[in-house]
Write a protein of this length. Structure first.
Length: 435
């Protein structure tokens, strides 16, 4: 098994956001094994961590954004593409504004900076999402396919069809991702925009700090006051964007990707399907069945009626992440008084349900077996949606820090795709005989 990697040394960059032009400083820091790539907004009163996972994806036009509650980071794709090309698994990226720097529209600055940091191998094996079955996402005449590839690694073929625009035309590019090829053939490729699109965006207040010398603005005759670095620079940048978007899976993707006129939205949909497929492939016989049923939950948690608020657990990723389910019915005891005629689940009980799935997550580590998670503090608590009879709460907890006697989790409760509540919970881990 290949080992996980992080950077050896810290590094920083500064620049302006590509879309909104705000000054931003970026600090790259090494991260422990199994951390993944995490962005941290340090410009807020309390820093907010945003993990690179499909659940963090926020829909935006022409870029990839990630969010944690109402905190976002914009244009993550260039930074993630550079990390992917270098084989970086674990990295903390701190930034002082909502958007990463755009530089010249390429990811070359990110690549060179991270490359200079050097890489350190870690003790844990590398996680890879291996494409085992074909997946297809289509939207009108646009499509993207994921196919198994026994040779390993990531191979990409991109067909970009701008035949209606003579300044670009139709371009195709195919490559197998490796550090050397990325450095020479992909990292310098810049983002581009059509002249008419550039005018519309600037009229809407987007990219007003940019001119044709700062970014590729393409008319019917080609770049305006600029020149291509490669004859097919546009499709090469599309490949860079795709490499960055695939990192939204939370780990490296291995297989073959074939794209036709794809963009960020289609790329992100493919990532969601691949992650879903990978989760089911871990144990096909148990797909759709709980990882922990109510009997196993009762062996771990001391809670009983009417205070056991987790019905089953459907996903556990080591001691990093857990997803549990609470089915809310009209028979819940609290609906008798909260409120008669308008039953609403108390927000404090939603937070309690999140705390209970955290306890189940900590119990998966041998070090914490036989210990109970006692809630100490609740920070950044937000109740965003009423929950009532018939709703199914999807309870997700991700570890931020975990030590022998203390732990902290970032938690989200959803009903469908809607966020019902979120909180950052801190615990003390104590021996059960002390309770």
């Amino acid at each position: 098994m290949k080992p996980q990697k992080t950077i050896k040394n810290e590094a920083q960059l500064a620049g302006k956001g590509l879309f909104f032009g705000q000054d931003v400083r970026v600090m790259f820091r090494p991260a422990e094994a199994d951390t993944g790539i995490v962005f941290v907004r340090t410009d807020l009163e309390r820093p907010v961590r945003i993990a690179v996972r499909p659940e963090s994806i926020v829909q935006r036009q022409r870029r990839s954004a990630l969010g944690n509650g109402d905190v976002y980071i914009e244009t993550s794709e260039h930074c993630l593409a550079a990390a992917s090309a270098l084989g970086i698994d674990n990295l903390v990226v701190e930034l002082s504004a909502p958007e990463l720097p755009g530089f010249d529209g390429s990811c070359e600055e990110y690549f060179k900076t991270l490359q200079k940091c050097g890489l350190a191998e870690q003790s844990r094996p590398r996680r890879e999402l291996v494409i085992r079955e074909p997946v297809c996402i289509e939207d009108g005449d646009r499509a993207i396919y994921a196919l198994p590839d026994s040779s390993g690694g990531l191979q990409i073929t991109f067909d970009m069809d701008y035949t209606q625009h003579t300044g670009i035309g139709r371009q195709t590019y195919s490559c197998r991702l490796n550090e050397g090829h990325f450095a020479q053939q992909l990292a310098p490729a810049r983002t581009f925009v059509l002249e008419a699109e550039a005018r519309q965006m600037q009229a809407a207040g987007i990219g007003t700090h940019l001119g044709p010398k700062n970014i590729l603005v393409i008319s019917s005759d080609g770049p305006i006051k600029n020149s291509f670095r490669f004859p097919d620079e546009c499709v090469r940048h599309k490949v860079v964007d795709l490499i960055g978007d695939l990192m939204l899976a939370g780990c490296a993707v291995s297989g073959r990707i074939v794209a036709y006129k794809s963009g960020h939205s289609l790329n992100q949909q493919l990532v969601g399907k691949l992650v879903e497929q990978e989760r089911k492939s871990r144990d096909p016989e148990s797909a759709g069945r709980p990882v922990l049923d109510i009997r196993r939950i009762q062996r771990i948690l001391p809670h009983r009626y009417p205070f056991l608020l987790v019905d089953k657990v459907i996903e556990i990723d080591g001691d990093r992440r857990i997803v549990g389910i609470k089915n809310v019915t009209f028979n819940e005891h609290f609906f008798q008084g909260h409120f008669p005629g308008t039953p609403v689940m108390p927000g404090v009980l939603i937070v309690e349900a999140l705390a209970q799935v955290c306890g189940l997550l900590f119990a998966q580590t041998l070090e914490h077996t036989g210990k109970l998670a006692v809630l100490l503090t609740m920070d950044q608590v937000k109740i965003r949606k009423s929950v009532g009879p018939g709703d199914q709460l999807i309870l997700t907890a991700e570890t931020d820090k975990i030590r022998s006697r203390a732990a902290k989790c970032n938690c989200t409760a959803r009903v469908g795709r809607d966020v019902a509540a979120e909180a950052q919970l801190k615990f003390m881990l104590v021996d059960d005989e002390m309770i």
